[in-house]
Every structure is written in structure tokens, then in C-alpha cells.
Design a protein around this ligand. Structure first.
Ligand SMILES: O=C[C@H](O)COP(=O)(O)O
Length: 234
């Protein structure tokens, strides 16, 4: 998707407005999803706990509900993750972001790494739900590892690759380099989502020029309003 950055509606459509903080209250959650409707964001990205409530509040608005699986760490077993995925689907989620296990890739257990991603994609797609792989580049020391993570996720059929959740080790701020690396190692229909301290329209634009087509950010309204979001929001 090419975004016209002078058109605030198009900018909003490329934003998944995120708040996955554990201290979010019911009132905060409702305010968050109502803000998504007000701005016309692509999705409200929220914790699994709130998916069902968000679905109710967003019914008929066209704003989708996105959530997370095994977030922010990737330490659950595959069985645990698949059970959680089915539960998330039962709550009504439209799509979710999950981290493949970086330690498997770093330690050379590439087959296990790929198997987990493939299984998760296959169950999600059978349920009609889109999948984004958060590759947590902060844990991967070399571009070679980052490329392998990207290629494996792409070959497993994920809908989106993303360089970081914005929470993992060292992966807090999105860079054009990492976005370009993702974009160069996938083909449509797989696309690039970016996350991590994307808190101004200018930052978003430069990351989209590098190849991103969607952003997960806690600064959605600030970006659209032309303000500077809080760099320490999380
Ligand atoms: O979308 C994922 C992150 O939690 C975004 O947080 P941030 O925009 O405050 O870096």
C-alpha cells in the first residue's frame, strides 16, 4: 500500500494504534478503541485480555481488533502457543502478532524454529486470522541471522514480517536498515510492518520509504495530528 502522507485518512489507515500495557484499565481500553474509531486507524492493537470487549465496542465500525500471542517473550512451548491461539480466535481476534523463538535460530535449531512458525501460520489461516511474525531483531546480532529469520517467516506463509515488538532486547527503535532488510527478503502478498518508537509522521514516512506498509505505534493520534508522540511511552 502506498500512503499519501499529506492525506491524514491514508496515514491513519496504515496505523495500528497500540496499547498492550498490563496496567490498562477497562476505562483506558474503551477510550483506546474509541480513539481508533475517531481517527480511522486500521486496527486497535491490544492485549488478549481485552479482545472480546474491544470486539463489542468496535462492532460495525470497520476498525479491526489485533492482539498478541506469547508476547513479549517467545518462551511458551508450541503446544501452549497453539492452545493460546485457539483461545484468542474464540475471543474474536481478527489478527495477531507473535514472536518466533530467537534462541532456536541463534542456536542453530532452524528446523524447530521454522516448524513453530509454520504450525502457527497454518492454524491461524485455517481459522481465517492473519499472522504477523515479530522477528525481534534486537536478539539477532548479525544481518545474516535477520535475513534467515525473515526468509523462514516468509516461507512459512506469514502475512506480515516485523522487525520487533518494540519490547525485545535492543529492538526498541525501528531503523530504516532493518525495514529495508525485511522488504528485500519477502515477496507479496507478505508485507512489512514496523514498530518501536515510531512517534512522528516524519519517522513513519522514512520507514515507509524504506519498505514498511503498516506501523504499530502507541503514538497514533500524535502522528496524525502532526505532533511528537512520547518516546518513552513503554
Ligand atoms: O506496536 C508495538 C509497540 O508496543 C509500540 O510501542 P511504541 O510506539 O511506544 O514504541
Amino acid at each position: 500500500m502506498t500512503v499519501d502522507f499529506t492525506d491524514s485518512k491514508q496515514v491513519a489507515q496504515a496505523i495500528q494504534y497500540t496499547n498492550v500495557n498490563p496496567d490498562l484499565t477497562r476505562a483506558d481500553l474503551v477510550r483506546h478503541v474509541e480513539t481508533c474509531v475517531e481517527y480511522g486507524f486500521d486496527a486497535a492493537m491490544i492485549a488478549p485480555y481485552w479482545v472480546s470487549l474491544a470486539k463489542d465496542v468496535l462492532a460495525g465500525t470497520g476498525v479491526r481488533v489485533a492482539s498478541t500471542l506469547n508476547f513479549p517473550m517467545a518462551n511458551d512451548t508450541l503446544k501452549m502457543r497453539l492452545a493460546a491461539l485457539r483461545a484468542l480466535v474464540a475471543e474474536g481476534v481478527d489478527e495477531f502478532d507473535f514472536p518466533p523463538h530467537p534462541g532456536l535460530l541463534i542456536g542453530g535449531d532452524e528446523e524447530l524454529y521454522a516448524r513453530d512458525v509454520t504450525e502457527i501460520v497454518s492454524v491461524a489461516h485455517a481459522e481465517g486470522v492473519k499472522v504477523k511474525a515479530m522477528l525481534e531483531f534486537g536478539f539477532l546480532d548479525t544481518d545474516e541471522l535477520k535475513v534467515r529469520a525473515t526468509r523462514i517467516a516468509y516461507e512459512a506463509g506469514v502475512d506480515w514480517v516485523k522487525q520487533s515488538s518494540g519490547w525485545g532486547k535492543g529492538g526498541l527503535a525501528a531503523t530504516e536498515h532493518d525495514v529495508r532488510l525485511l522488504a528485500e527478503n519477502i515477496e507479496p502478498p507478505c508485507r512489512v510492518k514496523v514498530s518501536g518508537k515510531v512517534n512522528t509522521l516524519e519517522k513513519m514516512r522514512s520507514l515507509f520509504e524504506a519498505g514498511a506498509e503498516l506501523v504499530g505505534t502507541s503514538s497514533g493520534p500524535a502522528i496524525v495530528d502532526g505532533l511528537v508522540g512520547d518516546p518513552d511511552a513503554y
